[in-house]
Design a protein around this ligand. Sequence first.
Ligand SMILES: Nc1ncnc2c1ncn2[C@@H]1O[C@H](COP(=O)(O)OP(=O)(O)OP(=O)(O)O)[C@@H](O)[C@H]1O
Ligand SMILES: [Mg+2]
Length: 260
Amino acid sequence: MSLPLIHLENITVAVDEVAGAKILLDSVNLEIPELSITALVGGSGSGKTTTGLAILRLLPLALSIESGKIFFNDEDLLKASKERIRKVRGGEISMVFQEPLNAFNPVFSIGYQIGEVLQVHTSLDRAQRQRRILELLDLVGLPYPKRMAKDYPHQLSGGMRQRAMIAQAIAGDPKLIIADEPTSNLDVTLQARIIELFKKLRSELKLSILLITHDLGMVEHMADHVAVMTQGKIVESGVTSDVLSNPKHQYTRELMEALM
Ligand SMILES: Nc1ncnc2c1ncn2[C@@H]1O[C@H](COP(=O)(O)OP(=O)(O)OP(=O)(O)O)[C@@H](O)[C@H]1O
Ligand SMILES: [Mg+2]
């Protein structure tokens, strides 16, 4: 079998509290196969976002990685220099969030902010960047890219903003997108369209996606691999159809019952 694109090995994360250290991720092992959509599913507070942030070394200051390894191909990201990590963020791994307004700067246009990513992570010149911005907006299904590029984040609807954030996330031509509850703020119809967009981008851009969600229905429709997390631990993982047709852990069964 080929190496996974990302492999977390025994990652333990703790938070400093007045009363002492508390373990938030407890020896997490997670593989993201190349070109897969891998879901990380679990209840609120189980550690999903912490796992995603750890991969990009973006944990809040109070949290620290106590032990383990995070392989990106065969490079341990925990040993990478700050300069290297800056290249990885947005250039090889990017993240999209539930609320795109937080990801965009309100005082710059959408096009300008996508252009910034292109400037940092590609060798395109100014004119090529302008063309690429419009291509990216078109690729994520936004209408009138020329006009939309000039819009400010708050001028777009929620669904459009989510697409614009995805355009920004793919601008640096990453190999992995970490999507943290990317559709939780959208209604069901829009959710389905964003899921279709992720699938399209996966095959057209040869991307892998780590989908962070509490929604097992979404996992069923979208993910080929799944890892189930509760209380900072991965309790079960594997091919989605295998895990869902024959859940071995009590917590997975509870999640499935909640879905029925
Ligand atoms: N900056 C922080 N300081 C202290 N504790 C934190 C911090 N960030 C997260 N935690 C704790 O870490 C645990 C895991 O949080 P995390 O955000 O990873 O969960 P989650 O699975 O993403 O939940 P949700 O589905 O609600 O987004 C929680 O108990 C949370 O309270
Ligand atoms: Mg979260």
